[in-house]
Design a protein around this ligand. Structure first.
Ligand code: PRX
Length: 645
């Protein structure tokens, strides 16, 4: 497959960028010509950010799986689509060619149909990183069902909330999942999530760990049995459903500054185009390259750069079931050596954690196949950037620092590997189609430099093809969250710097959202979970710099009432109870790193918690807390300062 829209020089980038901003409809229409449509569009672009309403390629029909599978069959049917590396290096890996993947997707699409799944139905997918996860996702897309993948680390309660919000009627899961030394009982978590659920009709369970599971008659069926039925019926092909360009492709829940995760909705055509375009350009993919994105498909990175971006480009995508540090910290390097990986795309937190093991685990692995390195999920500190560049890329691989979000569907700001300049810890330049702007609190564009840079809140002026279309079931929430802070702008929630060359550096969230190991967690969500514990009166959660995770979670908790610390054990025991509560309500990823018991929280006279002060204390900046005289009880600040962990 060739990519006529692959940018090959900085001059071409500048030219393409200029055209994309001046004539987005024309620019993206030309790119769209390189995809397979069932019917071409009537109108390439119609939008306003007030409602908001964004429509790309209205009138067109397509199926994304024809672009990811069918169109490659003739010339590339025998090349590997997915290389799967299991958790345990002793277990056999799997290689699935495009032909095989097409067949498996069609078979499973027929399983879904056989079980009553129809176009537009919501299907929750809660699986480990096995090829069947990608197959399940694509099978949904094949028949027009809307997938909602939930990361395997979320709790039963989180799944229950997501099932309810999406009114999902179907679940695809596994008996269990392997993650390093752990064995996660996915089906049993689903069983807990389904207590009291009234919408789910069918649970399809794929075998992986063969952990004992309770299969409920009339509701639960085994994946393998269902496939056998399809084989017996000879239903090995499945016509791809006609999808309108703007039909929803999937929902993916993500945290915001309120307590409830939002179901970000992406549509078929725009998402397909943009993930493909950014995959081909940012990573400068060449036919035959092996692309290894270490994310989980439960996050947007996995959706866009393990599944849809690479497969729509006819690429070979490597899916890894395990974790970077098990059985040892050489796991990634081992995989790169074994498959001669060309592109490695991972998170700064993984780099920092592997850096901590020194160079021992890197030595002895041949990393010479690597051409391009990428990072995503959080700002990368210079030390990690240089380690990655020097010890993994051996000084010869460009690093792409890709900034984007669940809501953006694909990469918005990044250098293009080897084509546009890189700058350590800077995401650098916007992709074609993306027009960023830095604004102040009032929404006015920042026009003066401070210490040699512009500094402000990062917004985007016009829609790119994979911008979120809505938040599921609540369009008003989408408007207020992203389009109401500043009129006519999409607000990212991030702060950024811009230098004189126009390079952007993302400084982090400016709202109450934490970024822990590249995962987004709302402080309000964690507080809600902590407050569920019977002894907790109130809590406040803030982030603090964490060497490996980027940000750690610091919780200030008022714990009192009938459950005094001395009745129910030591502070340490109660901390463990609280961690258990958070694990139950959200999942282990949201567990606070530090819990400090306090007798009160710094509040304004109107009762608002002064998070600014708590943040400074958590960060260890206790000397410079600013004005505390307006507080209801200024004395509380000293108590909190003295008790800092
Ligand atoms: O704060 C930014 C940070 O991650 C947030 C988006 O999180 P999520 O929707 O979970 O998606 C993560 C993977 C795309 C952003 O608002 N972020 C993401 N990439 C970068 C980043 N911060 C700095 N540099 C990046 N490259």
């Amino acid at each position: 497959m060739s990519y006529p829209y692959q940018i090959k020089s900085f001059e071409q980038y500048q030219k393409d960028y200029k055209r994309s901003i001046e004539d987005p409809a024309g620019f993206w229409s030309d790119i769209a010509e390189h995809f397979q449509w069932k019917k071409k569009w009537d109108n390439p672009l119609n939008w306003n950010f007030t409602e908001p309403k964004v429509e790309w390629f209205k009138g067109a029909t397509l199926n994304i799986t024809e672009n990811c599978l069918d169109r490659h069959l003739e010339k590339m049917g025998d090349i590997p689509a997915i290389i799967w590396e299991p958790n345990d290096p002793e277990e056999h890996h799997r290689i699935i060619t495009y032909k095989k993947l097409h067949e498996k997707v069609c078979q499973f699409a027929n399983v879904l149909k056989n079980n009553g799944v129809k176009k537009g139905d919501r299907v929750c997918i809660y699986m480990g990183m096995i090829p069947e996860l990608a197959i399940a996702v694509l099978a949904c897309a094949r028949i027009g069902a809307i997938h909602s993948v939930v990361f395997g680390g979320f709790s039963a309660q989180s799944i229950a909330d997501r099932l309810y919000d999406a009114q999902a009627e179907y679940i695809i899961t596994c008996d269990g999942a392997y993650r390093g030394a752990k064995d996660i009982p996915l089906k049993s978590v689903i069983d807990d999530a389904l207590i009291g659920n009234r919408t789910v009709k069918r649970v399809i369970v794929c075998t992986r760990t063969r952990t004992p599971v309770s299969m409920i008659k009339g509701r639960d069926v085994w994946w393998e049995d269902e496939i056998k039925k399809i084989e017996t019926l000879g239903l090995n092909d499945c016509a791809a459903e006609d999808m309108e360009a703007e039909d929803p492709l999937f929902i993916l829940y993500t945290s915001g500054s309120t307590g409830k995760p939002k179901g970000v909705v992406h549509s078929c055509a725009g998402y397909m185009l943009y993930t493909n375009y950014t995959f081909v350009n940012v990573f400068q993919y060449q036919p035959g390259d092996i692309h290894f994105c270490t994310a989980d498909i439960g996050w947007i990175t996995g959706h866009s750069y393990i599944v849809y971006g690479p497969l729509s480009a006819g690429a070979t995508t490597l899916m890894f079931e395990g974790v970077p540090t098990w059985p040892d910290a050489g796991r990634f390097w081992d995989i790169i050596d074994k498959y001669r990986v060309n592109i490695l795309y991972t998170a700064p937190t993984a780099i920092r954690s592997l850096m901590g093991f020194g160079l021992g685990p890197v030595h002895g692995h041949d990393l010479s196949s690597l051409k391009i390195l990428g990072t995503v999920g959080e700002p990368i500190n210079e030390e990690a950037w240089h380690w990655y560049h020097e010890h993994i890329g051996k000084g010869k691989c460009p690093i792409v620092d890709t900034w984007w979000q669940t809501e953006t569907g694909g990469i918005l700001i990044s250098n293009l590997a080897g084509v546009t300049p890189a700058k350590a810890s800077w995401a650098t330049l916007p992709l074609p189609g993306v027009e960023p702007v830095l604004v102040d609190e009032k929404g006015d564009e920042i026009t003066t430099m401070e210490d040699g840079v512009y500094k402000g809140n990062l917004c985007i002026k016009q829609p790119w093809p994979s911008i979120l279309r809505t938040t599921y079931g609540d369009h008003e929430r989408c408007r207020t969250n992203y389009f109401a802070t500043y009129p006519n702008l999409y607000f990212t929630g991030d702060g950024a710097l811009k230098d004189e060359q126009g390079f952007y550096r993302i400084t982090g969230r400016v709202d109450d959202v934490l970024n822990v190991s590249g995962h987004r967690i709302g402080t309000a969500e964690v507080e809600n979970a902590i407050n569920m514990h019977s002894g907790v009166v109130e809590s406040a959660v803030v982030g603090y710099p964490h060497e490996i995770k980027g940000q750690g979670i610091y919780a200030f908790v008022i714990y009192t009432g009938s459950h005094q610390q001395n009745t129910h054990g030591t502070a340490d025991l109660i901390r463990k109870d609280l961690l258990q509560t958070v694990t139950r309500i959200i999942g282990p990823i949201a567990k606070p790193d530090k819990i400090q018991f306090v007798s009160g929280l710094p509040k304004t006279r109107s009762g608002k918690i002064m998070r600014r002060i708590l943040r400074k204390i958590a960060e260890g900046e206790v000397e410079n807390l600013g004005d505390t005289t307006t507080l209801l009880d200024p004395a509380i600040v000293d108590e909190i300062k003295n008790g800092r962990l």
